[in-house]
Structures are given as structure tokens and as C-alpha cells.
Ligand binder design. Sequence first.
Ligand SMILES: C[S@@+](CC[C@H](N)C(=O)[O-])C[C@H]1O[C@@H](n2cnc3c(N)ncnc32)[C@H](O)[C@@H]1O
Length: 350
Amino acid sequence: MVTSRYRAAFRMDSQSQNLVSTFQSLFLAGQHLNFFPWMELEEQWKKSLDHLLLLDILKRTVRHPLCTKYPPSVKYMRIFLLELIKKHESTATEPLDELYEALGKVLNMEESTQWHKSYFLPSGESITLLESLAIISMGTTGLVTWKAALYLSEWAMEVSDLFNNRTVLELGSGIGLTGLVICKTAHPKKYIFSDCHEEVLQQLTRNIKLNGFHVDNRSNPQSIENLTMPEGDLPDERSSEIIIKEFDWEKVTEEQLSELKIDIAIAADVVYDPKIIPSLISVLKRLNCKENEKSLDVYLASTIRNIETYNVFLTELEKVGLEWEVVPDHKRSFFFYDEQSNVEIIKVHT
Ligand SMILES: C[S@@+](CC[C@H](N)C(=O)[O-])C[C@H]1O[C@@H](n2cnc3c(N)ncnc32)[C@H](O)[C@@H]1O
């Protein structure tokens, strides 16, 4: 056990503090273990040989209250702890009991098909999502958070004024990260989450509730759920109405869209399959219908995995008379994701 003598002697320098914070953010957001700064940790650990550096990482990851309440996958925690033990034992002669105790606990846990990911916002608030371990499950890609959603969320935090007092429609919301970030960092009048997949909509509803919104079905019986910010948690002027809609781009009508009186529409990672491009284009076109008195802007974030598919989408937009422009890259400073991936936001003028 670490004694108070150690504790008094250990003063974390800012480099170590940053390192511990990075480990915390990456771990709670369930980022790939290859992205963790293991080399820096090894260097810092060899420099100080102070167990408290590793214990602080343990406290801010596997023993973090968010991890205890909303655990990531058992396999993820196990591999993480084994790596931490490896780093410690590369130099130390004695095993560090706390690391083995934590590993013992994890080994006794049962693996599930879902795990939690938690993200901290600049305010210090967190957003937690329960998502599938498998990238595709129940026949949908919508049960996990995709990089374009992280990218769009980061951009949305930078331009939060764009959403203030406006009615926002999100297409293909998946399990809800972008919308939750917008509802927590901006003040939309109304935020409409939408998706077509039953299981995705159910998981989305659970995630919205998990993040402190409560259900009020009375005010909009047509929507699957109609949620509002919890009273008392936020000042009145910040209250947003949150709606979840079952929308299939192929079926939703101009009337249904115009009833919503949308000011702005957004979507993340909806251009991934050539087969769904026609229905996506057609819903974008319908957002620009005659009944919709005002024109509205649509922001689409896409991971460009296949440039041909992406170009087909852009060409089809032009064919139906929808102009678009690339939104300048924002500062990528908040969420962690693979910097190499090619993500882009376009603004479509409807
Ligand atoms: C790759 S996932 C992206 C989810 C989320 N936006 C993200 O980036 O994490 C694509 C989403 O689009 C939804 N989707 C696909 N086709 C759709 C359609 N025809 N109508 C409505 N939603 C659709 C899927 O159900 C899924 O949730």
C-alpha cells in the first residue's frame, strides 16, 4: 500500500497532470488503447518512479465514479489494466497491489454486448452513452457513435450560437451524441432527434434519459418521445424541447417536415452506402418544399471512406439543384479521434 509519506513527497508537475487528464478522457470515451500516450507514461514513470502517478491514473480511469456507474467493456478494462501493470513492472521490483486488486475485480465481471462511453464537455459536465460493442448489430450501423458525430459535435460547440433559439432537426441521429452535445452546450428552442431504426430509437431514448432529460409524452403524442430539460437543472431561458421522431427518409412527407418548422438540419455519417444516397437526397430536397416557408441550411458531416461514393452524393445534390460548400475545418481540440480520418462538413443550401 502507498503510505502518506509517498503522498506528501509526490507533487505532480503539469506534464504529469496533463498526462493523467489525457488518460482519463481517452479511457472514459472508450478510445482505442493504441491512441493512449503509453510512451509518455513510461518516460514519466521512469523519471519519477513514483507509484502515485500510476495510482492517479487508476483513480481517474477504472476507479473513476463514472466508470463505476457506467462501465466500459470488461475486455477493455482488462487490457488497459494489464498494460498499466506492464508499464509498472518494466521498472519496479515490487508489484503494485492496487493495480492487481482492480484487475481482480474486473476479471470477476461479466462481459455484455454493450458498453458505456463518457465525454466531458468544456463546462465539466459529462455525457454518457450506452452503445453496442459491435460496429454493426441488429442490422444497423446506428448503435455506435461514429467519428463524424464526434467531429460534428466539436464543430457545433464552436458555433453554438447557430443553434440558439432555433428548431434543429437531426437526421439519422443514431444513439444521440451530437444532439446531446448541442442540447448541453447551446440553447436550441427545439431539438428533434430522428432515425428510422426501431432499436436505434429505443437506445437513443435511453441515452437521452441517462443524460438527465425526462419524458413528457403529452405535449406531442405523434412523436415517439417528447422530452424536456429537467426543471431546476438549468435556468428557464435554456430549456429546450427535445423530440424523438421515427423518420424514414423514404417515407417522410413534405407535410410532416413542414409541420416541424425547422430552422436548421444536421446529420453525421449518413453518406456511407450508395444504396441510401437517393433517399437521403430526396429528404434534403423535401426539406426545401413549398410549404416550408423559409429556406434552411443543412450541415452534413461525413467520414470520406470511399471518395467515389462521396462524389456520387455531391453530384446528385447538384443534379437536384442543391448547392453546397465545404465548411472550414474547426479547431480539433476537444474530443479524441483518429486525426488521420478524412472527415468533412458540408453546408447544403436548400
Ligand atoms: C452510420 S450511422 C450514424 C449514426 C450517428 N449519426 C453517428 O454518426 O454516430 C447512420 C444512421 O442513419 C440511419 N439511417 C439510415 N438510413 C436511414 C433512413 N432511410 N431514414 C432514416 N435514418 C436512416 C441509421 O439508422 C443510422 O442510425
